[in-house]
Design a protein around this ligand. Sequence first.
Ligand SMILES: Nc1nc2c(ncn2[C@@H]2O[C@H](COP(=O)(O)OP(=O)(O)OP(=O)(O)O)[C@@H](O)[C@H]2O)c(=O)[nH]1
Ligand SMILES: [Mg+2]
Ligand SMILES: [Zn+2]
Length: 302
Amino acid sequence: MNRQVGTVFKRMKGFYYVDVEGTVYLCRIKGNLFQDNLYGNSVAVGDQVEIDLDASEDAGWIYKILPRQSKLSRPAREGKVEQVLVSNVENLLIITSIKKPPFRPGIVDRFLITAQRGGLQPFIILNKTDLANHQFIQENTATYASLGYPILETSAIEKTGLDALKTLLHNKTSVLSGHSGVGKSSLLKALFPEWQIKIGSISSTSHKGKHTTTISEMYRLPEGGYVVDTPGIRELGLYQLPPEQLDRFFIEFETKRDQCKFKGCSHRHEPGCQVQQAVNDGEITELRYKSYCSIYDSLREK
Ligand SMILES: Nc1nc2c(ncn2[C@@H]2O[C@H](COP(=O)(O)OP(=O)(O)OP(=O)(O)O)[C@@H](O)[C@H]2O)c(=O)[nH]1
Ligand SMILES: [Mg+2]
Ligand SMILES: [Zn+2]
């Protein structure tokens, strides 16, 4: 038997494409790999896997996933299982657009939480800056900039911000994620025009994307590093996050949350809440507080 270790860079039609030092093997999963965990995780793009090669030596079987260093994940099957979208990447590029589709802070906050839980370094990429003026862009990004999250403004159409994006990707493994139609694939195509990447269009009525990218795929960067393009996501659930732990993921709550009058304060209705006080004082933005409340409610419903 010929055993090898490789990286999953694509999954298509039941096959996992595993790269072993530059050679690609089409692999299937050994039937008993997930037997203890029937609804459990599957193999994700980015996974390091051990494979057995067939006698033909161009195909094989995945029989083990090596421990993951990081993961971008969300709940699946009504919250019962964790679905790992991509593993073993260092950077999470949260791709957003300023217009068409509009900037949605709620999903950015969910990505920031997911990055922290999964061991990823988050970057907020604001694309389609050609569609808005400077002031409008500022208004939408000020909160995140003031919290210290790195924000990069780009336009795949006008080719601005691309050098900085390239620098960010250089010699790292990164994943691009976000709603459909924000321009994830367009940004990669603008950087690497020779890559075979499909670009979609935007609905003229809803301004939503059309889910053009349908599978996650990892690409090797010509000057070092890897990047994963992913399908647009509609929403990002938070896997098994107890609502009372949510406040830990809002960095501006950090110095306030232990000063509340009641231990285990939900920062919603309790008197003597220092988080609510900070919102009233303008130290915590309404935007982030509203986002906290809406995520808190969604976690309680679960
Ligand atoms: N005006 C403008 N349009 C852009 C920009 N970047 C992308 N687009 C357009 O947005 C549409 C969607 O682009 P895609 O790159 O397919 O978006 P995506 O995020 O990969 O979408 P999914 O694969 O569906 O998740 C296309 O019509 C692009 O031409 C930009 O910077 N400015
Ligand atoms: Mg795409
Ligand atoms: Zn409180």
